[in-house]
Every structure is written in C-alpha cells, then in structure tokens.
Write a protein that binds this ligand. Sequence first.
Ligand code: SF4
Ligand code: SF4
Length: 376
Amino acid sequence: MVRSPATIDRDGLDALLGALRRRGFETIGPTVRDGAIVYDGIASSDDLPVGWTDVQDGGTYRLERREDDALFGYAVGPHSWKRYLHPPELTLWRARRGAEGELEVSEEPPEAPAYAFVGVRSCELHAIAIQDEVMTGGAYPDPFYAARREGAFLVAVNCTVAGGTCFCVSMETGPKAESGFDLALTEVIEEGEGARHYFVCEAGTERGAELLAELPRSDAGAGELAAAEAGVAGAAASQGRVMETEGIKELLYANYEHPRWDEVSERCLTCGNCTMVCPTCFCTTVEDSGDLAGESAERTRRWDSCFTMDFSYIHGGSVRSSARSRYRQWMTHKLATWIDQFGTSGCVGCGRCITWCPVAIDITEEVAAIRADALD
Ligand code: SF4
Ligand code: SF4
C-alpha cells in the first residue's frame, strides 16, 4: 500500500483516469462548456479546463486564459456533485394499463453508474458529507441517493487558487481536503528553467492507496510537499469573502424582525438560482404526468426551491408569500436551523450563491449587516 505522499505528472493523472475506467467507473470531472467550468464525463486530462481560470464576484462569472497549462487553476463553477448524487430530475415510478384494464405499477430501480468524481474541492467534500446526512442519515434513507453515493470514488483536489466569492476558511471547510476522499491531489507548477508541473498525491482510503500503487509515481520529497502546502496556504490567504460565524445561530434567531430582511427583499427576484447552485440545498417536488389516452403515467421528482410560492403552498395559500419571508427562510435555514436539524451548518462557503445571484445578493454581506446592527 502507498500511504506516504507521492508525486505524479500529467501522464500519471491520465493513468489514474484510465485505471478508474478499467475498474468500471464513469469518470466525471471539470470541463469547459458554454463559457463556464461544469462537471461532465471526462476521458483524459485533455478534457479538463487546461490553462483556464475563472473570475468571480457578486453576480459575475467569466473564464480567462492563464499563462500556464494548469489543470485545476480555478475555483468551483455553477455545477456541484449533487447533480449526480441527487439529480435535478428523477423518475420514481411508472404505471401502465394492462390488457384487462388493470394498472401495473413499476418502481424505478435505484440503480446508478459507479461514479468516480475527479477534482472534488474540500468545500464540496463537506457538502457531500452534509447531503449524506440529509439524504441517508435519518429514519427514511433515500435509496436513489444511497445507490449513487455508495462506492463513489472521490479524487479531491486541494485548492491553490481561491475564487472571488469563496469563504471556506470562515466555514472551516477548506481549502485543504482533510478527509472523505480516496485520493487527494495538489497541483504544483514551478517557474523558471527546468520548471516541473506535477501533483502531490495522497491516499485517504485503502482502495485509493491500491490505485496509487499502480500509477507511475515517485515519493514526494520535502521540497515538493512544501510547494504543495504553500499553494494551499496562498489560496487560504486570498479568499474573496469572509463570514464571522461566532454565535451565528443565536444571532439569526434573535433577528427575525431585523429591517435588513426588508432591504434584501427589495432586491431579491426570488428566482431560486441560489438554491439551484448550492451544493447542500436538497429540496424537491414531485410531479405526476400521464398520456392523453390514460394508458400510462409516471411520477417524477425534481429539484424545487424555497424561493417559489408553490413550495410552501398549503390548502389555499403559501406559508411564505413575501420575498422577505422566503429569503429569511433560506438564509436562516442555511446558517441556523440547519444546525439544529442536522448538527452542522448548511453552508460550506463555496460562494456559488453569490456568484450566480443575478442581482449580486451576498450571504456574507447580509450576515455582516445583521451583525453590525443586531436587534438583540
Ligand atoms: S438571493 Fe439572488 S439568486 Fe437567490 S432568489 Fe434572490 S435574486 Fe435569486
Ligand atoms: S449557501 Fe451559498 S456559499 Fe453556502 S454552500 Fe450554499 S451556495 Fe455555497
């Protein structure tokens, strides 16, 4: 078993992808599509966003060329791994009318491909752990999520570039992956003559160590480990946002009637973008549909959002009819009631909700505003 850190080069990374595919995994990783870095099937390192970085701020995202061939020189994009573990749309069951007119209902089997996720950031490992608790930690585990999650092989990448809206340091979720991965990579690109481009690779599980042992590699020396640590420290020091989390649950519970909720609701479009891109948001609705002849029907589960009126519609009306109440519900759930419900914060500081909000509403700014002028 290879337990001590090793270094691999780009060929080694391609060997890793090949070894995962030979083991039957569907390899999913970051790739460039439609002007963004999204997650999709990848076959080799050529499919990664080679030489690209992202520039992010409130309501702003764009790709720019780097001056090198970094494979992981960017932060997180609009996708998160929940689109594979907890897909946006899922058929739960189908029904057909039989020859005698009787209904035959068949539940969709909760089968799933064996996924290998490549390029999972530390905040995303925390988000997956949070969704594990939500989807499978209670009395009624979700079999669809469990089938996708079970056996998924996670290749983490420690961040050496921080996004403009990242605040994982505040949430204690990054930028270095500490657990929950099979393998973790840190990309190092040296400068100057004879500069090398390599990845410090460490195993977090036995199967990760087995796979690492198959790759062309060398033992990581002290200089290589220090270079990797320096890259991660640089990302930690250059995060675009901070959030003061001390006593945040009590702060929000004491400020349900803070005037800041009125101010933010004047800007909020209740579009739900923040919930779609958030790696921990999990709410769904179910829709039934049938054909016009009455011969078949199916039930589909889709992502839903607490920003829609329908989400809290109960016999004749919506419980949260104002934008104020819906934004307050979302933010208070993320940062306060989630702690009572699941034992952790519901926010990992990935910054997606800030970047992808069309009017640049910023959860860190909202917390700071309430804290600066708290009612209690
Ligand atoms: S906070 Fe922004 S992204 Fe979220 S619902 Fe309001 S306008 Fe949309
Ligand atoms: S609330 Fe925003 S910053 Fe926190 S995990 Fe969700 S998308 Fe990321």
